[in-house]
Write a protein that binds this ligand. Structure first.
Ligand SMILES: [Zn+2]
Length: 180
């Protein structure tokens, strides 16, 4: 029996709800969420999303990596193509970091150097990818994305922190600037 089997067994119940029927690849909300892979921070659950509500990309920490920027650029290109000669609808890239993030392990010197040796990753880049202070890292990432030449011109960016203890999301950067 595969480890996945107990979860797979739940799928027919989902299919029976018909929640998937009639959806298109275009989400209801012009929102592209970027968040951590941590099982406690699934944005679909935190935000009560329905199937088809929003685009979601997750990586360790919810970091604005070059790969994440490529994905955002891809969505920008797709929405431009779909708009034809018209103006594509503005979409918001919502970056969410969280408290208690497991990427904090990368700040541990022994763990980081062993992982760097095993994977060939740059130790300094690994350290920079650790989310120790989510308010600080989300600001850094919002700035990085806004500064990227690959950010679609019809995209805006906001930054938020999810608190795993309270269940609440705090906005750190709105799509037009800092809240503080
Ligand atoms: Zn995390």
């Amino acid at each position: 029996m595969a480890i996945f089997d107990p979860l797979l067994d739940r799928n027919p119940d989902f299919a029976a709800t018909n929640a998937h029927v009639g959806l298109t690849p275009v989400p209801r909300h012009q929102v592209f969420l970027l968040s951590c892979i941590d099982s406690r921070v699934d944005p679909a659950i935190l935000l009560n999303l329905d199937l088809g509500d929003a685009l979601v990309l997750r990586n360790a920490g919810g970091r604005v990596t070059n790969e994440a920027i490529q994905e955002i650029a891809f969505i920008g290109a797709v929405t431009e193509m779909m708009a034809g000669d018209g103006t594509p609808a503005t979409f918001e890239v919502v970056v969410v970091h969280h408290t208690g993030c497991g990427t904090g392990l990368l700040a541990d010197d022994d763990f980081r150097s062993a992982f760097a040796a095993k994977t060939g990753a740059d130790a300094d880049e690994l350290l920079a990818s650790a989310v120790l202070d989510p308010r600080a890292t989300v600001r850094t990432d919002v700035e990085k994305l806004r500064d990227s030449p690959l950010l679609p011109t019809h995209a805006v960016v906001s930054g938020h922190v999810y608190d795993v203890d309270t269940g609440l999301i705090e906005t750190i950067e709105t799509s037009v600037g800092s809240v503080e």
